[in-house]
Design a protein around this ligand. Structure first.
Ligand code: NIG
Ligand code: FE
Length: 421
């Protein structure tokens, strides 16, 4: 047994496995002066400390949480959009952007996704695993207990398999839980520039069947945007993926108004992501389809853009909103969900409570895992983090620092800085 006690606030996010929409996004089920009892991998009890059930005599119980620390407990972050398998970085592109070049200009001159593809193709699977393992630890250190992890820097059957197999291997090496997504349609590989139809055919006829046969991905994603894949190509690829039993996600309306969001709604995708340039009709379509809007405001922030997705309109329309980092070496090199909450609040006008909902239960829902993850409720998996703040609003308000002191994954501390103190 593990007892978390002296918790100033527990953000339980109680309310079952359903996505939180509209005003419900602001209700994070705060319990003041709380405690949480964990048995094995699961949450046995959560409530006010004074109501804590008496333990049976002789029952072994480890305790975390000292008096007067003023801790906040919340479900581990579910980061529902990351690209964590790559080799090297692209710091030189960052410098070029600081000097005024745009993401698209850098991509057009040989940088961007293609630069990471060259690096990944030159790397071994062991090198990819080694690099990602360090990042995975840092996700845990910042309070993230589950990530969606995309491929997409291989762009050939062999290299996409190498990435997805690296993700599978990391399941045995890291406490971080991953949900793998096949993103072979991230860009047209350089060597296929003049034969893009052939690449689309290869994705549909070779890659999707092989990846689903090997059980290497739960979802399929397409970068449906200006200069990448068209709506028609996206429809073909995603339809094939759906037939192969994969769930669907779409990178939509990031660089322009591409039609990706409406495609996501049409095909019943679980999530449409980015959505900087979404319009009112797109929002209506997502609402009708029940597709989650996964917003990644770290990307606009990092690229120095002033234009953010319309979070308030999406919430007002009743679309479930999730937040992710978009962790990748190009457009958004952060894995810190706390920082994403700060950007979501200050740049998109989300409230701290809405942002916490978007980063936990709604992220879990977007991955089809909200029956097990995303809230602190009896019977759920004990994925819980303790933050060194006494009020949930301080999490985004006191920004740019890591508040996470304890990360519990499946009932066992993966990070415990209190022990060291
Ligand atoms: O989500 N949009 C597509 N992919 C990434 C960028 C990847 C890169 O630049 O390496 C994104 O922003
Ligand atoms: Fe992305």
């Amino acid at each position: 047994m593990l007892l978390l006690k002296n918790i100033a606030q527990v953000a339980t996010l109680r309310g079952g496995p359903v996505p939180r929409c509209g005003p419900a996004m602001a209700d994070i089920g705060i319990v003041e002066n709380g405690a949480i009892l964990i048995r094995g991998q699961h949450i046995q009890w959560v409530g006010r400390a004074r109501d804590l059930p008496v333990l049976k005599p002789g029952e072994e119980c480890q305790t975390i949480g000292g008096a007067g620390l003023g801790l906040l407990a919340l479900p581990g972050f579910v980061d529902s959009h990351t690209h964590p398998i790559f080799a090297g970085t692209r710091a030189q592109e960052y410098e070029l952007r600081c000097l005024g070049k745009t993401y698209q200009e850098i991509a057009a001159s040989g940088g961007g996704i293609q630069a990471s593809v060259r690096q990944v193709r030159a790397a071994s699977q062991a090198q990819l695993v080694q690099a990602a393992e360090r990042f995975f630890y840092r996700f845990l250190e910042h309070g993230t207990t589950t990530i969606e992890a995309k491929s997409g820097y291989g762009l050939s059957l062999q290299d996409e398999l190498k990435i997805l197999e690296a993700i599978a291997e990391l399941k045995h090496r890291s406490r971080l839980e991953t949900v793998p997504t096949f993103l072979g349609a991230h860009a047209i590989p350089e060597e296929r520039k003049n034969s893009r139809e052939e690449y689309v055919r290869q994705i549909i006829e070779e890659m999707i069947p092989r990846i689903s046969k090997d059980g290497l991905a739960s979802y399929c994603d397409v970068f449906c945007d200006d200069g990448y894949f068209t709506v028609e190509e996206g429809r073909e690829i995603l339809t094939a993926a759906k037939r192969a039993g994969l769930g669907l996600r779409v990178h939509a309306e990031e660089l322009g108004h591409s039609g990706g969001a409406r495609l996501a709604a049409e095909l019943g995708a679980r999530s449409a992501d980015h959505l900087e340039w979404i319009d009112d009709q797109d929002i209506e379509a997502l609402k009708r389809a029940g597709t989650v809007a996964t917003l990644l405001p770290g990307t606009a922030f990092n690229l120095g853009l002033r234009h953010y997705p319309p979070a308030r309109k999406l919430i007002a329309a009743g679309v479930p909103v999730a937040l992710g980092t978009d962790f990748n070496p190009g457009s958004c090199f952060t894995l810190n969900m706390q920082l994403i909450l700060s950007i979501a609040c200050s740049q998109m006008g989300m409230t701290p409570a809405e942002a916490i909902t978007a980063a936990t239960i709604n992220g879990a829902y977007s991955l089809g895992l909200s029956d097990r993850l995303g809230s602190i409720e009896e019977g759920k998996q004990a994925d819980i983090v303790l933050m060194d703040v006494g009020d949930y609003r301080e999490l985004p308000y006191f920004f740019g620092v890591n508040h996470c002191v304890v990360t519990i994954k499946r009932g066992i501390p993966a990070i415990n800085k209190l022990e060291e103190a």
